[in-house]
Design a protein around this ligand. Sequence first.
Ligand SMILES: [Mg+2]
Length: 298
Amino acid sequence: MKITDLKSYLIQMDWDDRTGGSEPKNTVKREFVFVQIDTDEGITGWGEITNYPGNIGNRAIQKYTSEIKDFLVGKDPTRIEEIWARTFRLFTYTGTRGATTAAMSGIDIALWDIFGKSLNLPIYKLLGGAVRENIPLYTHPPEPGPDIELAIRDAKEIVASGHMAFKMDPMMHSLDGGNVGFLDGEISAEGAERAEQITAEVRDAVGPSIEILIDAHGRFNVPTAIDLANRLEPYGIHWFEEPVPVESYHALQQVRDSTGVRISVGERLHTRFEFVPIFENNLADYVMPDVTWTGGDN
Ligand SMILES: [Mg+2]
């Protein structure tokens, strides 16, 4: 079997932005990138990359991925690990993490799809088989806004639906640019107080047994992250996710040394290599690699 073509697609869909409450605030375009790999035996594999908040990342990655076509055409799609290693090496001078691993995620998933289809087996059977029958998942209410009553209502709805864990970012609405907003890693005193108030009241509303996970989206400088983590700790938060930008393990170490909350990282880490310092230095309690971003099954 040989690869005959690679196409990457940018898909747009309307998405109701519910930041700050259950009611749609406005409709925005949300974009997703999919990868299609064709073979000379008529088997087509599909991979997914997305999505990157702000959409510009999606558009760049879609084009970046399509440039890898010439390198893949003619290769045996079942030599998945070899293709991964050679593609990784292809970008050794331009940068092997981030854009490269995003593109490789889509390609890797598509190649596994081809392999599974060629054997008529689900991919999990090729990766060692099933381990458990159920996996606990958390969910998201709309991101809390200034109206705390709405945040409480949303949290109660989530709990009523049977979920035992949910994640929220009570800082987001106080920051210019939301998830992708970053200037100096600071939050106003009012924003920090509001984040604490939201977390306290939501905890009160849902009771002690529901896991509340807080996502900081990798936005804060070290003292701000430490302050926020310590403010929210008394409300029994289950984890504090990505307190600082991913570029410095040392920054994460400082947060780790100065707070008792459980730390989660991984969405912005690429390949197993970037997780090694996390484990070696005990920098987190949870890791959450995203197979559509980190390089697939690498
Ligand atoms: Mg996150």
